[in-house]
Design a protein around this ligand. Structure first.
Ligand SMILES: Cc1cc2nc3c(=O)[nH]c(=O)nc-3n(C[C@H](O)[C@H](O)[C@H](O)COP(=O)(O)OP(=O)(O)OC[C@H]3O[C@@H](n4cnc5c(N)ncnc54)[C@H](O)[C@@H]3O)c2cc1C
Length: 385
């Protein structure tokens, strides 16, 4: 019988929850599984888009992380303030220190609301619970005018989300009877939608957006927003006035991770693309905190589907190392995502992001079935708690 081991999972988001639950299933009870997160609740982010248009409540899309303790996982609500990968030690905000035999870092990407002057004051960040909530209130009272959806940098988590947001906002305006008096425009910092998926999927998503008479303006890098005149300013002298602004802010890796030598020059953690192990044995990183370069010249997108699959691989492999049973597995780069277009319909993209020379992704046309699939996925995710 092996000695009791401790696996510490940093982050109780998508990757952290899947890793902890998989480990708990695979490891005999004498081995400890710990999850640390500063938040009380786990938020199912994909449903923020439905919250924005009023079909979900905040309590309906979040669950207390503490509930994982019913499954035999130790949950600590605290801030991770220092990670020492060489010794697998972690310091927490309330002064506690944790020693781990295996460490899984799944601390996600932080939203940088302050970099673009005026953006946070003038707009609603639908990537957060408060921002999606206030946007819903504004949309519910909107009597017509100009709505802008904006991405502040070309790379952000869930590359489909701003495109879905624009289409769902259009749908909401139609249901409220204000669509005829409303012009929606999407100003994107990136050159095309979901670029890493290749030209076919990208142009199909662009077509979905434009067929709803949403103006699409790619390669528009916002520089600042004037809150007095409600005007967004872009590089090259372009300006756009708005009555309502919804935006995706720049992302950055958490300070606590940037302070380690686990990161590349941009602050994101580098890992083995198949095992997710860092340069330090027994220290793994998964999800949005990692950057995995692809042959196509862009990194693997930040998405929950990858955090989920990477977490499963890492948890199984750690369990195999501890118990000496089972065979090691590899993260293969496969992923899928729903693309909500409104009217109870969604498209569905899936394929191999590790394919070379370029990802091989297929997009199925929007219909009700894929939308129902997304609803069922949400339900099964939240039932885990
Ligand atoms: C609006 C929206 C829609 C989306 N839709 C989809 C979708 O349809 N499909 C999809 O695949 N992905 C989607 N995503 C992306 C998906 O939510 C993320 O990619 C996923 O959550 C990443 O998982 P993660 O574990 O890496 O990080 P997260 O889920 O962000 O978890 C990180 C956790 O770490 C905690 N944390 C961070 N720093 C500290 C610290 N110092 N101390 C303690 N705790 C800390 C945070 O509180 C958080 O709980 C969407 C995201 C948004 C915002």
């Amino acid at each position: 019988m092996s000695d009791p081991k401790t696996v510490t999972v940093l982050g109780g988001g998508v990757g952290g929850v899947v890793a902890a639950m998989t480990l708990r299933k695979k490891l005999p009870g004498r081995h400890r599984v710990i999850v640390v997160d500063r938040e009380r609740d786990h938020l199912f982010s994909p449903s923020l888009l439905w919250l924005m248009t009023g079909s979900r409540s905040d309590s309906g899309i979040s669950r207390p992380i503490e509930r994982l303790s019913r499954k035999g996982i130790d949950v600590i609500q605290d801030e991770v303030v220092e990670i020492r990968p060489e010794t697998r030690q972690v310091s927490l905000g309330k002064g506690h220190k944790l020693d781990a035999d295996y460490l899984i870092i799944s601390l996600g990407a932080e939203l940088d609301l302050e970099t673009i002057p005026g953006l946070a004051e003038a707009g609603h960040c639908f990537y957060t619970l408060p921002g999606a909530t206030t946007l819903h209130h504004e949309l519910s009272e909107f009597r017509g005018g100009r709505i802008i959806v904006l991405t502040a940098t070309p790379a952000y988590k869930c590359p489909a989300a701003p495109y879905e947001a624009a289409m769902l906002i259009k749908d909401f305006c139609e249901k409220r009877g204000v669509a005829a008096e409303t012009q929606i425009d999407l100003y994107a910092a990136e050159p095309a939608p979901m670029g890493v998926t290749g030209p076919d999927v990208s142009s199909a998503v662009r077509q979905m957006v434009e067929s709803k008479e949403i103006g699409y303006h790619p390669e528009h890098q916002v520089t600042h927003v004037d809150t007095g005149t409600n005007t967004a300013f872009f590089e090259g002298g372009v300006t756009a006035e708005f009555d309502l602004l919804a935006y995706v802010p720049p992302h950055r890796s958490p300070d606590v991770v940037r302070k380690t030598d686990l990161v590349n020059e941009d602050g994101w953690v580098t890992v083995d693309r198949q095992t997710m192990e860092t340069g330090y044995p027994g220290v793994f990183a998964i999800g949005d905190i990692t950057r995995i370069p692809l042959k196509v010249g862009k990194p693997l997108p930040m998405a929950g589907v990858f955090a989920d699959r990477q977490a499963t691989v890492v948890a199984r492999n750690i369990a195999t190392r501890i118990t000496g049973t089972g065979t090691p597995t590899k993260f293969d780069g496969y992923g899928e995502c729903f693309v909500e277009i409104g009217s109870g319909k969604a498209g569905f993209g899936s394929g191999n992001f590790y394919a070379e020379p370029a990802p091989q992704i297929k997009l199925r046309q929007p219909n009700r079935r894929w939308h129902i699939g997304k609803v069922l996925f949400e339900k099964s995710w939240l039932r885990r708690f």
